[in-house]
Ligand binder design. Structure first.
Ligand SMILES: [Zn+2]
Length: 365
């Protein structure tokens, strides 16, 4: 890494630096909404699932339709994702609408969480990772790699609802800042806030032993961004996957809508800070897709056809505002790692040749 940095300095001094290496991006945030399907992202609510029978909804059908049903796919998706469609897709790009000739997919052949988070953060799949309980990841992620560079060391952090991130990003080896699952957050210094938070952690009935609510994570995340000002950040929101596994389509839609709002809140918080304004790129994606039809939408993996299909959105100062991409070359989850590095002017593939190349369309505005 030191070698790369000094080489960069030489290139800069001699004016030989490539345009893609001289971007405006100083900060990158990778955000994942776990298992959120491309179908909802591009078409909005699925008419097949807006009843109690297939969708398992507790909210009455008429009320659900009032909330989420509109005449066109564009209007339906705008209701659930006002920030992604109103801001990200206008100022940036979004890949993965298979109905419009844009394919985004995972290459790990598994289509569940750990293999997906490994692929996007390491840059290539590892066939040995065949369980979410795999344990510490033997492959260093791009976050660990970036944290090894002198200017980024200590400015890279992982915030996510899922306990498994401690293993996926191998905290023991990587020494990354990781806040995940039901692990009590560090004290903020605000005594009454810390007491309230400790009480909520101790007394809340856990939907899942391994996954804290998105709303809890969001409070900690915003505090961390305001005080520690990380330059490279991973954010993992788990609720969209959890509610689908429960077979509650009404709550899948609600949590998708709330996740969109949380991403907007993070964007607005960061844009209001001088360190981030105009120099921050967001990459937003899902770790896997899911099945389709009246039953298979609940699950994902090799048995549920189509679970390999995802979506990838990018917005930032180096990304041309090409909007919803149509009839373009396929992009893969494995390209995300090198894309994060390239946006920061770093050549990850040179160090990690097995990693997929960056998504070139989102760079060099
Ligand atoms: Zn899942």
């Amino acid at each position: 890494m030191r070698k790369l940095t000094s080489l960069l300095a030489v290139w800069m001094l001699t004016g030989l630096i490539a345009p893609a290496m001289a971007g405006k991006t100083q900060n990158v945030v990778l955000i994942v909404s776990d298992g959120l399907r491309w179908q909802e992202m591009f078409q909005g609510a699925d008419p097949l699932l807006l009843d109690a029978k297939n969708g398992g909804n507790w909210v009455a059908e008429a009320e659900l339709k009032k909330r989420y049903w509109r005449a066109t796919p564009q209007a339906r998706r705008d209701v659930i994702f006002p920030f992604i469609w109103g801001t990200v897709a206008r100022q940036g790009q979004i890949f993965g609408n298979r109905n419009e000739g844009s394919d985004a997919h995972v290459t790990n052949g598994k289509a569940f969480s750990y293999p997906g988070y490994n692929e996007m953060s390491v840059g290539y799949p590892n066939p040995a990772i065949d369980s979410n309980e795999f344990g510490p990841n033997p492959n260093p992620s791009v976050f660990e790699w970036l944290n090894g560079s002198p200017e980024l060391q200590g400015h890279v952090a992982i915030y996510g609802t899922w306990q498994a991130y401690y293993d996926i990003f191998n905290q023991k080896r990587s020494h990354l800042v990781i806040q995940a699952g039901w692990t009590a957050p560090p004290r903020s210094g605000d005594v009454s806030k810390d007491a309230l938070f400790a009480r909520l952690y101790a007394t809340t009935t856990r939907f899942d032993e391994e996954d804290v609510s998105n709303s809890f994570l969001q409070v900690e995340l915003l505090d961390y961004v305001r005080t520690a000002k990380p330059r490279v950040l991973f954010v993992g929101y788990g609720e969209t996957d959890n509610w689908a596994h429960q077979g509650r389509y009404d709550l899948v839609l609600e949590s998708a809508q709330r996740t969109d709002a949380a991403i907007e809140e993070l964007w607005e918080t960061m844009q209001a800070m001088p360190q981030y304004r105009g120099t921050t790129t967001f990459i937003i994606t899902a770790d896997h897709g899911r099945g389709s039809g009246p039953v298979e939408w609940k699950e994902h993996g090799v048995d549920e056809k189509g679970s390999e299909n995802v979506w990838i959105a990018v917005m930032g100062p180096d990304t041309a505002p090409l909007g919803e991409r149509k009839h373009v070359e396929a992009v893969t989850q494995s390209q995300i790692a090198a894309t994060i590095a390239a946006l920061l002017g770093k050549d990850y593939v040179k160090d990690v040749p097995k990693a997929a190349r960056p998504i070139k369309d989102v760079m060099g505005k």
